[in-house]
Design a protein around this ligand. Structure first.
Ligand SMILES: Nc1nc2c(ncn2[C@@H]2O[C@H](COP(=O)(O)OP(=O)(O)O)[C@@H](O)[C@H]2O)c(=O)[nH]1
Ligand SMILES: [Mg+2]
Length: 318
């Protein structure tokens, strides 16, 4: 058994091993998960969560690293969560992230963690928000969450951030891909990275067009800015930080920040409850209740909806 309160206290002192241990408990769905979450709850809410998403190779990790540098310069403690469900644990992408993040490896004000789903569906939806909680409670003032914008749950994770950054790059056929993946709906700030390459201007124009940024908006509405960067050289990163700060201020002023955080919490509860429910139903095959209902359906005495109602009523009754 892990001494959870001691571990949390160490994490708050900024000890990376304690943070790592807590995230491992979260990822592994440890039996002590409840205790961990209860201990963390009063310590969360201080972190500004920024999601970065976009196609593979667009420059998310490079931009994340550049943002870490910028926030560190401002004296902030930073947490990074790199979520890449497509990569196996020892895979190339994760290794690549580590190499790029190596600049920050010896900085005690930065905590970096890669996460993969290891194949179980819904695992990411549960563990990513909880890992963010760990970093938040550990005292990270900014938490950067890098996700590949290709799957539903990854886009969802990015969309639940306080501020969502969508990255594109010239010459990747990105526009169409982005639209397909639905990531054009979630951006609060857009980045055209690799602005040192041909076509950056055209990509920004196309993006501007797709977003309908030329159209009039109601006063007070947020107009997502498009920031051009060369992340590998740190160019445009100050502008990006400025755009993030502007969005944060706007979101706080208009109640959007509080609303998003409530949404995020609601989704977390929903995911946990549905997982528990699925577990209880999944434990039913062979159970007489389900068998008896199935018997009545095949005999034409009951329809499947009415049967499901009975099943659920039975579950809530205990
Ligand atoms: N030319 C150029 N290359 C970049 C820039 N930003 C990142 N890269 C390179 O693009 C490749 C993919 O970057 P990475 O950050 O791993 O992309 P990710 O898959 O979105 O995380 C790497 O080789 C980077 O060095 C940039 O602004 N300009
Ligand atoms: Mg990456």
């Amino acid at each position: 058994m892990v001494d959870v309160p001691a571990l949390v206290a160490q994490a708050r002192e900024g000890r990376p091993r304690a943070v790592a241990r807590l995230i491992s408990l979260v990822e592994g769905a440890s039996p002590q998960l409840r205790e961990v979450m209860a201990e963390l709850a009063p310590l969360t809410g201080g972190a500004y969560v920024v999601g970065l998403t976009g196609s593979p190779g667009v420059g998310k990790s490079t931009s994340t690293s550049a943002l870490v540098t910028a926030y560190r310069r401002a004296g902030k403690r930073v947490g990074v969560l790199a979520v890449d469900p497509s990569s196996p644990f020892s895979g190339g992408a994760l290794l690549g992230d580590r190499v790029r993040m190596a600049d920050h490896a010896s900085d005690p004000g930065v905590y970096i963690r890669s996460m993969a789903t290891r194949g179980h569906l819904g695992g990411l939806a549960r563990s990513a928000p909880q890992a963010i909680r760990v970093l938040d409670a550990a005292g990270c003032e900014v938490v950067l969450v890098e996700t590949v914008g290709v799957g539903q749950s990854e886009v969802e994770i990015a969309g639940q951030a306080d501020t969502s950054v969508v990255l594109l790059a010239p010459g990747m056929g990105d526009g169409i891909q982005a639209a397909k993946a639905g990531i054009l709906e979630i951006g609060d700030v857009y980045v055209v990275n690799k602005a040192d390459r041909d076509g950056a201007e055209a990509t920004a124009r196309e993006l501007n067009h797709m977003l309908g940024l030329g159209e009039a908006r109601a006063p007070g509405d947020w107009r997502p800015p498009i920031v051009k960067t060369v992340a590998s050289r740190g160019e445009g990163v100050e502008e990006l930080v400025e755009a993030l700060e502007k969005h944060r201020a706007w979101a706080a002023e208009h109640g959007v920040l509080a609303e998003r955080r409530r949404d995020r919490a609601a989704r977390e509860v929903e995911t946990i409850a549905l997982t528990a429910l699925r577990g209880r139903i999944g434990g039913l095959p062979g159970d007489r209740r389900l068998d008896a209902l199935a018997e009545r359906i095949t005999a034409g005495a009951l329809d499947p909806y009415a049967a499901a109602d009975e099943l659920l009523a039975g579950l809530t009754a205990g």
